[in-house]
Design a protein around this ligand. Sequence first.
Ligand code: GCB
Length: 636
Amino acid sequence: MYPIENASRAIELLDGLWDFKLDHGEALAEHWESRFPDDAEKLYVPASYNDQREDPAYRNHTGKAWYQRFCTIPAFYQGQRLFLRFDAVTHDAVIYLNGKKITEHRGGFLPFEVEITDYVSAGETFRLTVCSDNRIDHSTLPVGNEEGTAFFGSDNAQVPAVQAAKKHRGTVNLPNFDFFNYAGIQRHVRLYTTPMSYIKDITLVPDIRKKASGHDGILHYEIELAGPKCTTRDRIAEPLHQESDIRTEELKLNLCVEILDADGEVVARAVGSRKGTLCIPDAVLWEPYPGTPYLYTVRVRYGKDEYSEKTGIRTVAVEGTRFLINGKPFYFKGFGKHEDFYIHGRGTDDVLNVKDISLLHWIGANSFRTSHYPYAEEMYRLCDEEGIVIIDETPAVGIGAGPHMDPYTFPIKDYHKTVLHDLIQRDKNHPSVIMWSMGNEPDTENFPESAYEYWRELYAFTHKEDPADRPVTFVCCQNDYTRDLVTRTMDVVCINRYYGWYNLSGDLDSAVYAWEQELDFWAAQGKPVMVTEYGCDTLPGFHGSVAEMWTEEFQKEYYRRIDEVFDTRSFFIGEHLWAFADFNTIQGVYRADGNRKGLFTRERRPKLAAHWLKDRWHTIPNFGYKSDGQSTPVQK
Ligand code: GCB
């Protein structure tokens, strides 16, 4: 659960300056976990380390990087449980406390925590050491290229990068994805407390029950408790009135679940049961902005512990070719995004999040996809409040690294399941999260049967894992869609297409033709279809009287022409442009200071097309757009 502070829980934020040193292979022998090198430098946490110093070694580092700081446990934490929580260390992490390894974690975009109550005492100062590792290969998510991939051509052996890679478990550490491989302690580190008996997890599943006039809100809840059983001495102070749903005398005295409305009034309450259903009469629903993203607070009290979580009452479903929120057909307007900004790279940035949501409102967007990894939890909390809808994506980008790479041979399926499990566990209670994306642009064309087996298994797994059973998808790469067997079986067909840019470059008549052809194919599949990426690199300030590639005029024309096609298809349920803002990538011949497909620059200035888009999107409603026909194929 996201750490919170209240009368029963405290948090020490361990952000700030840490000692830092890149490891070129010496750390193990020199035992940096016990004795940090004297020549360590200072670096800020949370942030990627890559751009914090004027040293190419920082920017291009492959391998381990070490952090250290001292922390003091306040004496008045005596008698509490102590946890260390890392919101994300990219990609892998090993954590040491006073030189002793206490936990490790694989994957750079999801939180992990470790209880340290038995390792330290209140009032004590301890040394916290973190070893992060940014190496990527076929066993990691996101996927890295390995020696033997087509990356270097046929004669790889003498390539310096490959030689260097030999030192690093054989990987060349070049991303098989198009964003800079930022690394380090990129999100908050916290020390937090709970009482000895505590609330470990809360699962909330909303529903709506129609009645003669209006509807009631339904909230199914399940609470996981941990620690020694509470005794009557721990009983919560306020008297409990509702006697129904009481399983045992013990719990009756010690467990209480309440729903509070936005004014803080209790509108539903249950006592004594870890699992149950609460009804909110005439509930106000959570609706995407400019509707009201109304939030209720679920307050759980157990003995001396208390935890509050905000959530919304809303439903999500796919019906025929429609995507329904609260039973109404929703049209996605938005972007694929990145966590990316100057200097701190992928580091948590709440100010930037607020700014980005404000820009989404400004331009009339209602949604985004967390391409290509789960974002910091603060962003989801903000979207709950601001009514922005999220397609929540795992870091499974780059599976299938070329025509000779059968995705089934990638040693990641079990790990991919773990990531899906952890993602759902982290984000399951957010009303803003309305669909899971299992990954981005795997190869589904060269080995269609293998791809089918791989993704269908994960699809079933994801549905089973989500207590709210949201729609599940993955995002399909530009390919021969007639060969692809699996995309058509997803709840929503999500396609990335670059007609007019990477293919049919600059030729918008042909791009429109290609879209029409392809949409005729998808129309026959009877599924809701949306575009999750389409776009063109655009240099701000670069203009032309003729709309040619790279100019601001071309970007506007590209979207204007293609959107006209989307508007004629009733099964087409949304447009996510690529990308929200320009972002940093590995250097390369296709990239001029990163990827420039943003509708906003990296510093968040709108490009010309953004103004055009603003006019378009403010006339397209969230609900009921093209609501005439639904599952009828090809309504041109
Ligand atoms: C894609 C990828 C995205 C890239 C984009 C591009 O298909 O999903 O990560 O940045 O193309 O601009 O090439």
